[in-house]
Design a protein around this ligand. Structure first.
Ligand code: MSP
Length: 502
């Protein structure tokens, strides 16, 4: 059995999550669920990033302590994820004692290893970004390139991380591990940044005290990014359970948005090297959900709450749309028309239609009892091809292709029914063979859609009379043609995906 450790970024607790955050989390969830289906031991981690100046200021504005403030916000993420059927195994908050202990141990080790030193830092700091900028990175008038606000001049006595010492080790690491960052364009972006030369970075602050205390110097707290990245190892027992840690690290799969490449593909591997552990095994970079061409963000006027979309379209259709329409690595415009069109074409007209027409004809021609599949059906070959394609696509981090392939099986089955027209035939072996094969396809499809639409998968499974759960099946064996036993009650029920009129 192999192990699969998948992570999302830990989200800032500025506000409740929007659909952009949901995009990453749903993708991570689908990957986690796929790996459970193939029998891997899975650990799926998400959480919230709660330190830093931004949070401290927001709390102050509300007249609250930072911890009271984040105690109130962090559960909104956990609740949003529960509402989207996210199956995370852990939810980490950087304000938890287990995290402070891991950060102190990790960075204490980096310090002992000689990669942290003290110096004075002066620079232009952007509070919303939680980082300093070099003048050549700024817009005219010293404005932040992201937030378009004037930056504050800060001068501090800081501890610095010797990132410069890792220029060559990082270049060598990228050469030895060509697939560590996907897609390739993002790998090249990280590599060319490294080759452009790395400066040491300031990693502590004295100006605020909302952070993890530097263990060897009480006046300092660690800079929020330095604390945040370490969450990935805190949750698997870094510093507290060496055996557990060794079981999950370094074969992690970090899923991140493209704006945080530098932190995950340069800083983080260098920090790991400095602490004496292996760098992360995989970083999958994805693009942005856009609204009117701009990145959906906390500050967009029209940020959309995932719960509102789930209420309108259903949880599974929302998940399906996010996975199917925005390939990992590309940007995608989010629109009501887009989700609605996808819903009608794939869910109402294809999958929903297949299920309801099969159930109807089994009712009228077979007394509501599902027949066994035809061992020689052409669909058996299609199902085999689709399983192979879908597996390869999930492995390659391409959920949209896995689903596209699965829908080929659904479409071909609908086409087969249209040509055989079992609703016109007399009850008997010919009609049974066609319907049994269509039921077998529904059984296989129910398993293949577990990662995208877990509760719809359960519903299909139950409607065709199967016991247990599609999520408990193990691939590839469970998708072998002929698994539908026949003789089971098939329930017509209300349409699973009623057609939308918008
Ligand atoms: N706290 C840091 C991450 C620390 S990880 C050690 C952070 N938080 S964040 O709240 O800003 O979340 C950023 C992540 O949310 C992105 O990398 C991406 O995964 C997701 N997204 C936020 N907006 C998004 C879109 N509009 N589109 C797609 N993903 C988006 O950065």
């Amino acid at each position: 059995m192999s192990r699969y450790f998948v992570t999302t970024p830990i989200y800032y607790v500025k506000d409740a999550p929007h659909v952009g955050h949901a995009y990453t989390t749903v993708n991570a969830d689908a990957l986690a669920r796929w790996h459970r289906l193939v029998g891997d031991d899975v650990f799926f981690l998400t959480g919230t990033d709660e330190h830093g100046q931004k949070v401290a200021r927001a709390a102050e504005e509300q007249g609250m302590t930072p911890l009271d403030w984040t105690d109130q916000l962090s559960p909104r993420f956990a609740e949003a994820w529960a509402g989207l059927d996210i199956s995370n195994d852990d939810f980490i908050r950087t304000t938890e004692p287990r995290h402070a202990a891991a950060v102190q141990q990790f960075l204490g080790r980096v310090h002992e290893n000689g990669y942290i030193y003290k110096d004075t830092y002066r620079g232009l700091y952007c509070v919303p970004c939680e980082r300093y900028y070099a003048v050549d990175e700024l817009l005219a008038g010293n404005l932040c390139p992201d937030h378009h606000i004037p930056l504050e001049e800060l001068e501090e006595e800081n501890y610095f991380f010797k990132l410069s010492a890792f220029e060559q080790p990082l270049i060598d690491w990228y050469a030895a591990n060509p697939d560590v960052v996907r897609p390739e364009s993002k790998r090249n972006e990280a590599l060319s940044f490294i080759k452009g030369g790395l400066n040491d970075i300031s990693i502590t602050r004295t100006s605020i005290d909302w952070g993890v205390r530097v263990p060897w110097d009480d006046d300092h707290v660690f800079y929020v990014w330095y604390d945040a990245l370490i969450n990935y190892v805190t949750a698997i027992g870094y510093g507290t359970d060496d055996e557990r840690f060794a079981g999950w690290w370094p074969s992690v799969h970090h899923l991140i948005g493209k704006e945080i490449i530098r932190f995950h593909c340069v800083w983080w591997p260098a920090m790991c090297m400095a602490a004496g552990i292996d760098p992360p095994g995989h970083v999958q970079v994805h693009g942005w959900l856009l609204l009117g061409g701009a990145k959906m963000s906390n500050s967009s006027v029209n940020r959309i709450a995932p719960a509102d979309l789930a209420a309108e379209y259903g949880v599974d259709p929302l998940r399906y749309h996010l996975l199917r329409d925005v390939p990992l690595g590309s940007d995608g415009e989010f629109s009501a028309e887009g989700i609605s069109a996808r819903y009608n074409s794939d869910l109402a007209n294809n999958l929903g239609n297949l299920l309801s027409r099969v159930a109807t004809v089994v009712g009228s021609k077979c007394g509501g009892v599902g027949p066994a599949p035809d061992p020689g059906s052409r669909l058996a070959t299609v199902a085999g091809e689709v399983l192979a394609e879908a597996s390869a696509a999930w492995e390659a981090g391409a959920p949209h292709l896995a689903l596209e392939s699965t829908w080929r099986l659904i479409r071909e089955t609908n086409a087969e029914l249209e040509s055989a027209e079992p609703w016109k035939g007399a009850p008997g072996p010919a009609v049974d063979a066609v319907l049994g094969s269509a039921l077998e396809v529904l059984r296989i499809v129910a398993i293949l859609v577990v990662p995208a639409m877990p509760s719809s998968a359960e519903a299909i499974w139950g409607r065709i009379g199967l016991d247990g759960s599609p999520a408990e099946q193990r691939l590839p064996a469970a998708a072998a043609w002929g698994g539908y036993p026949g003789g089971l009650p098939v329930e017509k029920g209300a349409p699973l995906f009623p057609r939308r009129k918008d």
